[in-house]
Unconditional design. Structure first.
Length: 202
């Protein structure tokens, strides 16, 4: 487990940086969902999907800046955050969603949201990271906030999925999107741990 990594403090900082990258892309992706769903007025999924995205945009607005503020409390400057090139796996995670939204069906984004928000880190998990890393608690404020609010987001997502008049085609792209999201999140976590390799004693 990466929580037992001897360089956990560095890993936690990079973890928060990656959470920022995801947050920074979330609202623009949801805006793409709305614009593309508007082009499918005859699809019964479009109207409720647009309504939910408008609601969720309001809930997710400015979370990227909250992560920037948290990183500042960990002595990571804004320049350091934005000068670091996003990894290929991060680009693939976000880029694949944009492609499916624009070129297949905007409901694909529900798979991404299901993967990211229906199994959020718990408050205990975040507290364990804080204690094990030795980093200032204030640097984890946004992670802790998500541990609390994503419980209600999980219910909202499940309720929306259950209410949408989904076809087999819709189900297929949602499922593929979710599995793809899990895959790239796992690869991003591997990237984070590779940056701070274990030191093996002689």
């Amino acid at each position: 487990m990466f929580r037992e990594h001897p360089q956990l403090s560095n890993i936690c900082i990079d973890y928060i940086k990656q959470a920022h990258r995801i947050a920074e892309a979330t609202v623009p992706l949801m805006q793409e969902v709305i614009e593309c769903a508007k082009r499918l007025p005859d699809d019964p999924v479009s109207k409720p999907l647009i309504q939910y995205m408008k609601k969720h945009i309001a809930e997710e607005m400015n979370h990227d800046e909250w992560y920037v503020n948290d990183l500042d409390k960990l002595n990571i400057s804004r320049e350091d955050i934005f000068s670091q090139m996003p990894s290929p796996n991060m680009a693939a995670l976000i880029g694949s969603q944009s492609y499916w939204i624009k070129h297949h069906h905007p409901v694909a984004f529900m798979g991404y949201m299901t993967a990211l928000e229906t199994n959020p880190p718990t408050e205990d998990y975040v507290n364990n990271l804080i204690n094990a890393s030795g980093l200032p608690k204030a640097g984890f404020d946004t992670l802790m906030m998500h541990a609390k609010i994503d419980i209600s987001h999980k219910k909202d997502i499940i309720d929306v999925l259950n209410s949408l008049p989904l076809t087999e085609q819709h189900f297929e792209i949602i499922e593929i999107s979710a599995f793809q999201t899990f895959r790239y999140i796992a690869l991003i976590m591997e990237d984070i741990c590779k940056v701070a390799p274990f030191k093996v004693s002689a």
